[in-house]
Design a protein around this ligand. Structure first.
Ligand SMILES: *[C@@H]1O[C@H](CO)[C@@H](O)[C@H](O)[C@H]1NC(C)=O
Ligand SMILES: *[C@@H]1O[C@H](CO)[C@@H](O)[C@H](O)[C@H]1NC(C)=O
Ligand SMILES: *[C@@H]1O[C@H](CO)[C@@H](O)[C@H](O)[C@H]1NC(C)=O
Length: 625
C-alpha cells in the first residue's frame, strides 16, 4: 500500500487507534450474579453468633478516635479524641487501613440487618472524611511527602500509603453503592482523581518500581469505579497498577509464588478478574485462574489457609511448614473474594463445584474459628497455628501474639475479620438468567431465608450443617399456589459419596443422580410449600500433606478435625494409628483415636478454642472400613 500524502497516514493511524481501543475494551458481564445483601437473612446458628459479636464491636468502637489520624494529618481538629494504638498508632506504617474496613462493615451491617446505628456511623464518618479532604485536596493518614518517597523508592519508614488508600476507597465505594450516598461518591471520585494525577506523571518503569511496595487492591477498586461510573479514565488508572513481575509469570501459568508476601498478591488477582470483566482481555482471566489454581492446589493447608510467616513457600511444601505463624487470616478473606469472583465470571467452570468446595472449606475451617467465641466483640487471631499443640489466639509477638483488642491491635486481619463476619450471607445463593429459565444456585448450607422477589418466592433453608448431613429448602410463593417454573442448582460437594440424594416432598427425583463435585439441576413447576431435602453423606477421610502422604489431617464431611490436647505441650507431630479411630458420639462430630499411645478426642477444628490442638498427624496403617 502506498500513501499519497501525510494526511492519509494520520487518518489511518487514527482509525487504527480507535479500532484498537474498541478491541481492548469489550466488557464481559458475568452470567452469574449474587443477591443484594438485604435479600438474604441468616437465621440462628453458629454463623449469626459470629455476626452478632462483630456487629457489637462495630457499634462500640469510638468513631472520633478512628478519625484521629485523618484529622491530624489534614490539620483538622481532632476534637480532643485520643489516638488509637497498634496498627493505627499515628506513626505506624499501616495506619488508617482499618477505617476503610469499618466503612465496609458498617455498610454490610446496614444493608443486611437494616441496623441504623451502623448506617449513621458510616454516613458521619464519610462526612468527616470529606472535611479532611476539603482542607488540602487529598485524603490519607499519610502526608503527601510519603507518597513522594514511595515513588522515588526512598521510603525508609516502611509506610504503605497506597495499601491504606485502597481500603479507604473500597469503604467509600461500598457506602456509595449500598447507601446511595453522594458524599461518599464525591469524596471517592476526588480521591481517585488525585491518584490518577499522581500516577499519570510517572513513567511506566517508575510505576512498576513503586508497585514493589504493598498497595492492596488499587487495580481492583479502580476497576470497580469504572464499572460503577462507566468512565474509562478509571480503567486506565486501574491498569497502571498491573504489577508485571507478579502478573507475567501467572499469565503464562508459571508458579513463581515461592518467597512472595502472600497477602500483598491476592488483592491484585481479584483486581485481575475485574480488569477481565472491564476489558475482555483473556490475559487477566488467565492470571486470576492460574493464581487461584496454584494457591489452592499447591500452597494451601487442609483448613483452607495459606502462607507461613505471611509468605508463600515452595509449591506443595506443606508438612515442612507446620508452625505457629501459618494461615494468615487476610489471605483467606481475599482468597474467598477471588473464588467468588472467578466462579461468577469464568464460564469454563461449567457445573463443577471446585470453587465453592474450596470456599466452604476455608470459610468453615479457617474463618469461622478465627473469631474468639468467648469475646463479645468477636476479636480474632492473626495467624491460625498448625504446629503440633497450636492454640488459637497464641502466636508470635510480631503477628499479634494474642487475640486482637478493642483499641490496640487493628492488624490487617482485624480489618478483614470485621468484613468476613458481616457478609456471611453473601455467597449462600446466586442467580443466573438462562434462555430456558431463571436459575437459583445454592452454594452453601447455611440456615437462612432468601427473598427471591423477582420470582415472588422465598426459600427457607434449615440445617444443622455441618453437624447434620441434611439441609431442607422450603419454597413459599407470595402469589398463591404456583411458585413458578425455574431451575434449582444445588452444590453436591466433592467430599460426599454417590449416596448423596435430593428429594422433593420426600420423593427421590427420578432419573437424576446427585454426583459429587457437580451441581444437581432441578427444573420444574414449583408449588407453594414444596420442600427439597438434600442429604450429603459424610465420612472420615485423610487429607494428606502434598509433600508427604504419611502426614495428614482429617476431615469429616467439610469439617477438618483437631485433637484436643488441653494444656499439654507437644514437641513433634503426634503418631496416630489409623486403625484406632472410633466414632465417639453419634450426634456430634467426635472421634476417639490413639496417638503417641494416648487416647485423644478429635472434634471440629472450628470449635477448637481454649485448648492446645493438633491438626496434622504422622499416620500409619489404614482407617477402619
Ligand atoms: C495535580 O497535581 C498538580 C501538582 O502536581 C496540582 O497542581 C493539581 O492541582 C493536581 N490536580 C488535581 C485534580 O488533583
Ligand atoms: C493447577 O495447579 C497444580 C498445582 O501446581 C498443577 O499441577 C496443575 O497443572 C494446574 N492446573 C492447571 C490447569 O494449570
Ligand atoms: C410456606 O409453606 C409451608 C408448607 O406448606 C406452610 O406451612 C407455610 O405457612 C408457608 N409460609 C408462607 C409464608 O406462606
Amino acid at each position: 500500500m502506498a500513501f499519497t500524502n501525510f494526511q492519509d497516514v494520520i487518518r489511518l493511524i487514527a482509525v487504527s487507534l480507535i479500532l484498537l481501543s474498541q478491541l481492548a475494551v469489550s466488557q464481559v458481564t458475568p452470567s452469574i450474579r449474587p443477591f443484594p445483601l438485604n435479600r438474604v437473612r441468616l437465621t440462628n446458628s453458629r454463623w449469626t453468633d459470629n455476626q452478632a459479636r462483630t456487629v457489637t464491636y462495630l457499634k462500640f468502637i469510638d468513631v472520633e478516635r478512628l478519625l484521629y489520624n485523618f484529622r491530624a494529618n489534614h490539620g483538622v481538629s481532632t476534637k480532643g479524641a485520643a489516638a488509637l494504638g497498634g496498627w493505627d498508632a499515628p506513626n505506624f506504617p499501616f495506619r488508617t487501613h482499618m477505617q476503610g474496613h469499618f466503612l465496609t462493615a458498617w455498610a454490610y451491617c446496614y444493608a443486611s440487618l437494616g441496623d441504623t446505628t451502623c448506617r449513621d456511623r458510616a454516613l458521619y464518618f464519610v462526612a468527616e472524611l470529606a472535611k479532611c479532604q476539603a482542607s488540602n485536596g487529598y485524603l490519607s493518614g499519610f502526608p503527601e511527602s510519603d507518597f513522594d518517597l514511595v515513588e522515588a523508592r526512598k521510603l525508609t519508614n516502611g509506610n504503605v500509603p497506597y495499601y491504606a488508600v485502597h481500603k479507604t476507597m473500597a469503604g467509600l465505594l461500598d457506602v456509595w453503592q449500598l447507601f446511595d450516598d453522594n458524599t461518599a461518591r464525591d469524596v471517592l471520585l476526588k480521591l481517585a482523581g488525585w491518584v490518577d494525577n499522581r500516577t499519570s506523571k510517572l513513567s511506566s518503569a517508575q510505576m512498576q518500581a513503586m508497585l514493589g511496595t504493598e498497595f492492596g487492591g488499587m487495580n481492583d477498586v479502580l476497576a470497580d469505579i469504572y464499572h460503577q461510573t462507566g468512565d474509562k479514565r478509571w480503567l486506565t488508572v486501574a491498569q497502571r497498577f498491573d504489577h508485571a513481575s507478579v502478573f507475567d509469570p501467572l499469565a503464562s501459568n508459571q508458579d513463581r509464588l515461592d518467597g512472595l508476601h502472600a497477602n500483598t498478591q491476592v488483592p491484585k488477582w481479584i483486581g485481575a478478574v475485574k480488569e477481565y470483566t472491564s476489558t475482555g482481555a483473556s490475559k487477566y482471566l488467565a492470571i486470576a485462574r492460574n493464581a487461584w489454581n496454584f494457591t489452592v492446589n499447591a500452597h494451601t493447608y487442609a483448613i483452607g489457609g495459606n502462607s507461613q510467616a505471611e509468605h508463600f513457600r515452595a509449591p506443595n511444601k506443606i508438612s515442612g511448614y507446620l508452625s505457629k505463624d501459618t494461615a494468615e487470616g487476610c489471605n483467606t478473606y481475599n482468597m474467598l473474594k477471588l473464588t467468588r469472583e472467578l466462579w461468577m465470571t469464568d464460564s469454563s467452570v461449567g457445573d463443577k463445584t471446585h470453587h465453592f468446595d474450596f470456599y466452604e472449606r476455608a470459610l468453615i475451617n479457617h474463618m469461622l474459628g478465627q473469631q474468639n467465641p468467648q469475646d463479645k466483640h468477636g476479636h480474632i487471631t492473626y495467624f491460625t497455628s498448625l504446629n503440633p499443640g497450636g492454640r488459637r489466639g497464641v502466636g508470635p509477638a510480631w503477628g499479634g501474639g494474642t487475640w486482637s483488642t478493642d483499641h490496640n491491635s487493628f492488624w490487617c486481619c482485624q480489618g478483614t475479620g470485621i468484613e468476613t463476619n458481616t457478609k456471611l450471607m453473601d455467597s449462600v445463593y446466586f442467580t443466573k438468567d438462562e434462555p430456558s429459565s431463571k436459575v437459583l444456585y445454592v452454594n452453601l448450607f447455611t440456615p437462612s431465608v432468601l427473598n427471591w422477589a423477582e420470582q415472588s418466592v422465598t426459600i427457607t433453608q434449615t440445617t444443622g450443617f455441618p453437624v447434620e448431613d441434611t439441609t431442607t429448602l422450603l419454597i413459599n410463593s407470595t402469589r398463591g399456589d404456583s411458585a413458578g417454573n425455574w431451575a434449582l442448582r444445588i452444590r453436591i460437594p466433592s467430599w460426599t459419596s454417590p449416596e448423596a440424594e435430593v428429594r422433593v416432598n420426600g420423593e427421590k427425583v427420578a432419573g437424576l443422580a446427585a454426583v459429587p463435585g457437580t451441581y444437581f439441576p432441578l427444573q420444574r413447576d414449583w408449588k407453594n410449600g414444596d420442600r427439597v431435602t438434600v442429604r450429603l453423606p459424610m465420612f472420615l477421610r485423610a487429607v494428606p500433606a502434598n509433600d508427604n502422604p504419611s502426614i495428614a489431617a482429617f476431615a469429616y464431611g467439610p469439617a477438618v478435625l483437631a485433637g484436643n490436647y488441653g494444656d499439654t505441650v507437644l514437641s513433634a507431630v503426634p503418631k496416630l494409628a489409623l486403625d484406632t479411630v472410633r466414632r465417639a458420639s453419634g450426634d456430634k462430630i467426635e472421634f476417639e483415636v490413639t496417638a503417641d499411645s494416648k487416647s485423644v478426642r478429635l472434634q471440629p477444628f472450628y470449635d477448637a478454642h481454649g485448648h492446645n490442638y493438633n491438626v496434622y498427624w504422622a499416620t500409619s496403617g489404614r482407617l477402619p472400613a
